[in-house]
Write a protein that binds this ligand. Structure first.
Ligand SMILES: Nc1nc2c(ncn2[C@@H]2O[C@H](COP(=O)(O)OP(=O)(O)OP(=O)(O)O)[C@@H](O)[C@H]2O)c(=O)[nH]1
Ligand SMILES: [Mg+2]
Ligand SMILES: [Zn+2]
Length: 289
């Protein structure tokens, strides 16, 4: 049987499989090999009738988010609000960069559609070359489209306080997966600060609500050439860049800068790109001092 670890706790692992949770131990040979298991890991398990089991093997992971660790995320749901708090574009662009750095597909969720008087939702959809879903946890707008992308996936929630992450989880009718007690307890909205990730189930998909991403510094391993890769709207214009590794900054002949002056690339996106480029440069200078 295959399942997904949602929590590890002093030698026990709680594994979600086909609607049930199993309390498992690692098979001795895995421990001998010093195999580590993280929430999100996909495992083979053998279980008994008392919802206890043994993890026989751990699948190779496709990615691993740090602090707190989550393995094998299919997508990062970056939640922003269309009213208050106002969209923090710095946070949005940073999360987009970090998501791609960790090899996770980002999806932008714009909540509070019911309060989007200035209709900025469609504007953002136009500017950002990523999947954007407008929703409202109050009116239910867009919730079905959101459900469609959650099915059978592991999604990780991110976004500033107050944008409506808990409210969205609530209207999705998600169930908090707890290691003890019954499944399917109705989620209660409330303020909670957690150090570990909590997993919720929605129609066979899992959502991890994580306290991660509280620090949005770019990883020190990231180089300037990495950053350019995370801007899909640049791609088609780089053909006209003189240098192969063009950073679209000081270079004289640059297709991206040309597209910018022709109004084909968003100025704000570009400005924040330069800002992050500078941050990477400073990281590097600090490292070699
Ligand atoms: N108008 C409107 N208000 C919303 C919507 N979703 C959430 N809210 C309100 O926004 C406030 C914050 O919502 P939460 O769900 O607690 O936000 P959160 O992202 O979980 O915040 P933290 O837990 O602090 O990170 C609450 O007062 C909600 O009632 C929405 O779609 N429309
Ligand atoms: Mg919350
Ligand atoms: Zn260029």
């Amino acid at each position: 049987m295959k399942g997904r670890i949602i929590k590890g706790d002093s030698g026990f692992y709680y594994v979600y499989s086909e609607g049930s949770l199993y309390e498992c131990k690692l098979r001795g040979k895995l421990k001998l090999k010093h195999k580590k298991a993280y929430p999100g890991d996909i495992v083979d398990l053998v279980v008994d009738e008392n919802y206890k089991g043994t993890i026989e093997s751990i699948e190779d992971r496709i990615n691993l988010l740090p602090r707190p660790s989550i393995a094998n995320s299919d997508q990062l749901l970056i939640v922003m609000s269309l009213s208050y708090p106002k969209i923090d574009y710095n946070v949005l662009d940073r999360l987009l960069v970090l998501s791609q750095w960790h090899n996770i597909k980002p999806v932008i969720i714009l909540n509070k559609k019911d309060e989007d008087q200035d209709n900025i939702g469609p504007e953002i959809s136009n500017i950002y070359p990523f999947k954007v879903i407008e929703v409202s946890a109050v009116s239910g707008f867009g919730i079905d489209s959101l459900k469609d992308i959650l099915r059978d996936k592991l999604s990780v929630l991110a976004g500033p306080s107050g944008v409506g992450k808990s409210s969205v989880l609530n209207i999705l009718d998600s169930k908090l997966l707890k290691e003890t007690g019954v499944l399917g307890e109705k989620l209660k909205i409330g303020r909670h600060t957690t150090r570990t990730s909590q997993f919720y189930e929605v129609d066979g998909g899992l959502i991890a609500d994580t306290p991660g991403f509280s620090r949005l510094d770019l990883p020190i391993e990231m180089v300037m050439e990495d950053l350019t890769q995370y801007y899909p709207e640049f791609y088609e214009y780089t053909r006209e860049c003189y240098f192969n590794g063009c950073l679209h900054h000081m270079e004289k002949v640059c297709g991206v800068k040309k597209a910018l002056s022709d109004g084909k690339i968003d100025q704000g996106r570009y400005d924040r790109y330069l800002y992050m480029l500078e941050e990477i440069k400073e990281n590097k200078e600090r490292r070699y001092k």
